[in-house]
Write a protein that binds this ligand. Structure first.
Ligand SMILES: NC(=O)c1ccc[n+]([C@@H]2O[C@H](COP(=O)([O-])OP(=O)(O)OC[C@H]3O[C@@H](n4cnc5c(N)ncnc54)[C@H](OP(=O)(O)O)[C@@H]3O)[C@@H](O)[C@H]2O)c1
Length: 285
């Protein structure tokens, strides 16, 4: 009997979209969550949800029973993600589960030492002879809805330290289509896919699109790092969050994320979705 895929991060932005694609492909999988009941609520009662916590090795055996492939996604805003994931990667190695599709980030190697974790994990999978595929998506088009809803709808701004650099925002649904293909078809071992949308846009240009889509003026104030730190501190965010986000967005402000690839189309056969289409879905009406 063929084995199943374990989807980690299954209840999050990417994971939910991956689960949807795996269901439509008719693939056999288990969805991992720290909270099985909440997982069923988010993914549907027809989804097999298994208790799983990277920080709790006692959950690993049951989660990987009957599994031969893993979609490996670590939670965001986690300094030292490599240390959080290390016990689980060791468990996969010991149990001969070699096929791992790792969810990294485009430009991760340029985000500074404190965000070096994606690189460390990529290198580990290579050195330890996993049958790996690395997905390196750029900034999600859905970040505007997920992280900036109140800024955009209540304050009329989009507020990140991206300077005047550009990125090719990618639709989460396109990423999920790639992930599902890579998990369910042959020919992807040892490959790395850089996943982008079809056009390079600055935050000022994204704000212009948000203005058209919402019918309200949305402005990009291009804050300095100090202004950004001040705003997050005033909003009560933990101190490390501002520096983490400044490091992430520094690859846009230095124009190092100004990359368009054909990898979404290469893997799925479909052209990637543009930012305006995603923002219309997320903000119009
Ligand atoms: N946003 C971007 O533009 C962007 C771009 C490139 C790459 N990325 C990468 O994307 C990843 C984040 O993906 P996302 O936005 O889909 O995340 P998300 O929506 O915040 O979801 C995080 C997931 O991680 C699970 N999780 C949290 N702590 C866990 C733990 N200790 N053990 C097991 N599972 C745990 C959560 O599941 P439960 O709560 O159900 O346990 C949830 O399903 C990060 O690695 C980030 O670097 C993001």
């Amino acid at each position: 009997m063929s084995k199943k895929i374990l989807v980690t991060g299954a209840t999050g932005t990417i994971g939910k979209a991956v689960v949807k694609e795996l269901k439509s492909a008719g693939a056999a999988f288990k969805a991992a969550s720290r909270n099985v009941a909440a997982g069923h609520e988010k993914l549907g009662s027809d989804t097999e949800v298994v208790a799983f916590d990277f920080a709790d090795p006692t959950t690993f055996n049951a989660a990987t029973e009957g599994i031969d492939r893993v979609f490996l996604l670590g939670p965001p805003l986690t300094l030292e993600l490599d240390k959080l994931l290390a016990p689980f990667i060791a468990h996969l190695q010991i149990n001969g589960i070699k096929r791992v599709v790792y969810f990294s980030a485009l430009g991760a190697e340029k985000m500074g030492d404190s965000l070096g974790f994606h690189n460390i994990i990529e290198e580990q999978l290579k050195l330890e002879n996993f049958d790996y595929t690395i997905l390196k998506p750029t900034f999600f088009a859905q970040n505007f809805k997920n992280y900036e809803w109140e800024n955009i709808t209540e304050r009329g701004i989009t507020f990140v330290t991206a300077g005047e650099g550009k990125a090719a925002f990618v639709d989460v649904n396109d990423i999920a289509k790639v992930a599902a293909k890579v998990l369910t078809t042959d020919g992807h071992i040892g490959k790395q896919y850089q996943l982008t949308g079809p056009e390079l846009l600055s935050y000022a240009e994204a704000a212009q699109i948000l203005t058209e889509v919402t019918g309200k003026p949305i402005f990009y104030p291009n804050p300095s790092p100090d202004q950004y730190r001040g705003a997050l501190a005033a909003a009560g965010a933990p101190a490390f969050v501002a520096d983490y986000m400044i490091n992430v967005y520094s690859i846009i402000s230095r124009n190092e994320a100004a990359i368009i690839t054909k990898d979404v189309e290469l893997v799925t056969g479909q052209k990637p979705t543009d930012l305006k289409t995603v923002l219309q879905r997320d903000f119009a009406g």
